[in-house]
Design a binder for this molecule. Structure first.
Ligand code: NAD
Length: 437
């Protein structure tokens, strides 16, 4: 099928590449001229495992191309996806101006029937507004259908998630549009759930809020474990082995971040309030998430006594491993907090340093070329993102390199027994601290 995708970021670009890889003809569009130039020159502006290879393969096969023109996309495709940002505004509302602008632009160049698919995460009832807007600016009176098709990919494994989705949600008002959408997804052989548009939109916010809730649940439990001498890893295993609960998203840590969970939970709270059915439970999810980072900082302060003039190594800056995305990363917030208290921070991240260097709040941080270089002379090591390569670093060498071997493991990457044997002072989440005699 002929498909265009407006917005070539973490969602649009990966979706476009995967659609091309299963045989569709895809045009990825963006209004960031530099991004389009980069893509046309054969370079990939984001890091996502496997993405570069798929893009190159499909560009060579002439199934994937890049353009700055919405008209080119709309003219040459039956289905037009929208994957632009939907950031949070200061008052908690979702900023829908990107969606509204693209809707107007599509309407202006619409000359015959198209399916306009919203893939961005939007408040329930946005599809209705998109349809109204397209109708209003539709100069040629062309027929169209609006569809909601929320995206559930996880950064860091976005290609795998797109190629093997748990489910495809299609919110459509006409059978014809739903049938065309089923054709798009046929090659993926995934279960397809067809709903009305409002339900599809709601599913996305409900799913992300539930996952955030699961994380906050285990994080709240981690505090109880610390206070009672229990071990959160064992507790999470014990409850996660129940198939009704499941072990995924039960990893205690310093809280969720990233470009989706914080904004989607905030948006769902606002939406529920606007609908007159406030979702108070989600406010508690937010409170626990914020408290988790503060509790971790408190541990660092209590152990180091004073942060001023202490050299602290930080492993991890991205909001999760296997991505270069640092948007709303708790790791970045932690670094900013420690810098504010006068610490000297030396950070290392396998993929996130280029973007982190641009963040004003951590302008005073230094960046090290490797995890080992970061710990040289450090008085403490903070593990903020669980990149697997950190798990493979020789801890005996780490201990030798550090000035004082104190580790604050915000992602429970290491085993307390091993850290104790190696002679570290080791503090993690929801497990007893280890202090060498
Ligand atoms: P992103 O910022 O990485 O990409 C958005 C792209 O849209 C950018 O390249 C931007 O230049 C482009 N854009 C903005 N306005 C445009 C316009 N008028 N015309 C053409 N292009 C325009 O954002 P993202 O992470 O891909 O997220 C997009 C949407 O998908 C959001 O609603 C997000 O909540 C949702 N989502 C994101 C993820 C994720 O993991 N990143 C997962 C599921 C859903």
């Amino acid at each position: 099928m002929d498909i265009s995708i407006i917005g070539s970021g973490y969602v649009g670009l990966v979706t476009g590449a995967c659609f091309a890889d299963v045989g569709h003809n895809v045009i990825c569009i963006d209004n960031d001229a530099q991004k389009i130039k980069t893509l046309q020159a054969g370079r990939v502006p984001i890091y996502e495992p496997g993405l570069e290879e798929i893009i190159h393969r499909n560009v060579s096969a002439h199934r994937l191309r890049f353009s700055g023109s919405i008209k080119e996309g709309v003219d040459n495709s039956q289905i037009v996806f929208i994957a632009v940002p939907t950031p949070q505004q200061a008052n908690g509302d979702v900023d829908l101006s990107f969606i509204e602008k693209v809707s107007r632009e599509i309407a202006g160049v619409l000359t015959s029937y198209r399916v306009i698919v919203d893939k961005s995460t939007v408040p329930v009832k946005t599809g209705e507004r998109v349809a109204e807007s397209i109708k209003r600016y539709n100069r040629h009176g062309a027929k169209f259908d609006v569809v909601s098709n929320p995206e559930f990919l996880r950064e860091g494994c976005a290609v795998a998630d797109l190629m093997h989705p748990d489910r495809i949600v299609i919110g459509a008002q006409s059978d014809h549009a739903a049938d065309l959408m089923k054709k798009v997804y046929e090659p993926f052989m995934a279960p397809i759930l067809v709903t009305d548009i409002n339900s599809a939109e709601l599913i996305k916010h409900a799913a992300n809020s539930f996952l955030a809730l699961k994380i906050s649940y285990v994080n709240a439990l981690s505090g109880i474990c610390e206070a009672s001498g229990a071990d959160i890893e064992k507790v999470a295993d014990g409850i996660g082995m129940d198939r009704r609960i499941g072990r995924q998203f039960l990893n205690a840590g310093i809280g969720y971040g990233g470009s989706c969970f914080p904004k989607d939970v905030a948006a769902f709270i606002t939406i529920s309030e606007q609908l007159g059915t406030p979702f108070g439970l989600l406010k508690e999810v937010q409170r626990i998430n914020a408290a988790q980072k503060e509790r971790f900082l408190k541990k660092i302060r209590e152990t180091l006594w004073v942060l001023r003039e202490k050299t602290i190594a930080v492993w991890g800056l991205t909001f999760k491993p296997d991505t270069d995305d640092i948007r709303s990363s708790v790791a970045i917030d932690l670094v900013a907090d420690m810098l504010r208290e006068g610490a000297h921070v030396v950070a290392h991240d396998p993929k996130g340093m280029e973007k982190a260097r641009e963040v004003k709040a951590i302008a005073d941080a230094k960046f090290a070329a490797s995890a080992l270089e970061a710990v040289a002379g450090a008085e403490a090591l903070v593990i903020a993102t669980e990149w697997s390569e950190f798990g493979n670093v020789d801890l005996a060498v780490v201990k030798e390199q550090m000035r004082t071997p104190i580790v604050f493991d915000g992602r429970n990457l290491f085993d307390p027994g091993t850290m104790s044997q190696l002679g570290f002072s080791y503090h993690s989440i929801g497990r007893s601290s280890i202090r060498p005699h």
